[in-house]
Design a protein around this ligand. Structure first.
Ligand code: PMP
Length: 404
């Protein structure tokens, strides 16, 4: 986790850095009348990613791992290079020990860890701890694994990772109390897709001690902030390419191999999504060049501006970490996601109203398991990326004010 300074200052300091980056998103510059505020659902792509797709398909498209000719060898090399690129991007301190397995996205990645790793070694009475208030993708695969094991006569206990009321943060004290000698895995999320908070996974590691594997859903952090395996002592990192500026249908499972058996995704894998892998490599290069630390500062500052503005508006309720909403806060924990409700206008209606003013937001239950975000009619989520601007945030606030 990087130290984030005063968000308001960051917007001034980073403006000249941000402007040319925004210009690199063709779909954004083609529609100045629209504001794309739904990057947590899927991110827009910079020109470099589009170019990488075109270049791969027009210079070396072939299958990977099967080649006796240059295009096939180039594709094999691309896949291997991208695995190394993922490790580099994660600041993997021991890349010789880790593996990167490409998947179709976070959901598929987590399911692969649950099915092809977890179910291979659990025995009767083992326990896992999973987050019941995070994305469905980080709950369903673990419950499916429990069912699969039960069909084989192995009964495991699934414990609920405890959260603090209000903020939605994990509660490390309550968490520590439910760990025991049979705990075999903790599944957690890096940045919450509804509350927008950094879930402070390092505190889970402190509470869990050195031996329990942790599997991290990094769908909302990769591409938004520096993610360092040298700092986060987790065993799996799972993410989606499409949220990290690459294409849908790609993602990766990074696995460290320190705790528990080695991760060996089962069965015949078939042809990898080589175009998606080319795009992922280009996206990671682009993000690295732009600077994940500056992307973090910029988007945190925009989110703080929006949350501060919303706090002035009596008819709106912001969900998630209320203690550090302010742009003046030195401990800004909210990342690039701000989710709220209007007291009188149903969230779904608010979504349509906002689009009529040019704002693309997400308004529903956000696939949250055990939906609190859902309460009654869902909520409106604004999620920001590097191409967004303070002007877009201010225009949104002024529209929301007019709906008071
Ligand atoms: N986890 C989180 C935190 C997410 O936000 C999402 C996507 N909204 C997912 C998992 C699932 O990602 P995908 O749909 O790419 O599999």
């Amino acid at each position: 986790m990087t130290d984030v300074g005063r968000p308001a200052d960051d917007l001034d300091a980073l403006r000249s850095w941000q402007r040319p980056l925004r210009a690199q998103f063709p779909i954004i510059t083609a529609h100045p009348e629209l504001a794309y505020l739904d990057s947590a659902a899927t991110a827009q792509k910079p020109q470099a990613v589009l170019d990488a797709v075109h270049s791969y398909l027009t210079t070396s498209n072939a299958n990977a791992g099967r080649g006796t000719y240059p295009w096939a060898n180039a594709t094999t090399a691309l896949v291997e290079r991208t695995r190394d690129r993922v490790k580099e991007f994660l600041h993997d301190p021991a890349p010789d020990r880790s593996t990167v397995h490409f998947t179709g996205g976070t959901t598929e990645g987590l399911r692969t860890v649950a099915r092809d790793w977890l179910t291979t070694f659990l025995t009767d009475g083992d326990e896992i701890v999973v987050p019941f208030a995070d994305h469905q993708a980080n709950l369903a695969p673990w419950l499916e694994a429990q069912q699969l094991l039960a069909q084989r006569g192995v009964h495991i206990r699934v414990r609920r990772l405890p959260c603090q009321a209000g903020s939605g943060d994990y509660d490390p004290v309550a968490f520590a109390a439910l760990l025991g000698p049979r705990t075999r895995l903790v599944a957690a999320t890096h940045v919450h897709h509804v509350y927008g908070g950094d879930m402070n996974v390092h505190r889970l590691r402190e509470a869990a001690g050195p031996h329990v594997p942790i599997c991290l859903d990094a769908a909302q952090s990769i591409g938004h902030l520096p993610v360092s395996m040298a700092e986060l002592d987790v065993d799996f990192v799972v993410f989606s390419g499409h949220k990290a500026l690459a294409l849908p249908g790609t993602g990766a499972v990074w696995s460290r191999g320190l705790r528990g058996p080695a991760f060996r995704p089962g069965g015949w894998q078939g042809t990898p999504n080589t175009v998606g892998i080319a795009a992922l490599a280009a996206a990671l290069d682009w993000l690295e060049a732009a600077g994940p630390d500056r992307i973090e500062r910029w988007t945190v500052a925009l989110a703080a501006r929006l949350t501060d503005g919303l706090r002035q508006l009596a008819r709106y309720q912001v969900l998630g970490c209320r203690a550090s909403l302010s742009a003046a806060s030195a401990v800004q924990r909210r990342r690039s996601i701000v989710t709220f409700r209007h007291r009188d206008i149903a969230s779904h209606d608010l979504g349509f109203i906002l689009y009529s003013h040019g704002f693309m937001v997400r308004s529903d239950h956000h696939c949250q398991a055990g939906a609190d975000a859902g309460a009654k009619d869902g909520s409106v989520r604004v999620s920001l990326h590097v191409h967004n601007t303070p002007e877009e945030v201010d225009a949104l606030l002024s529209t929301l004010t007019s709906l008071q």
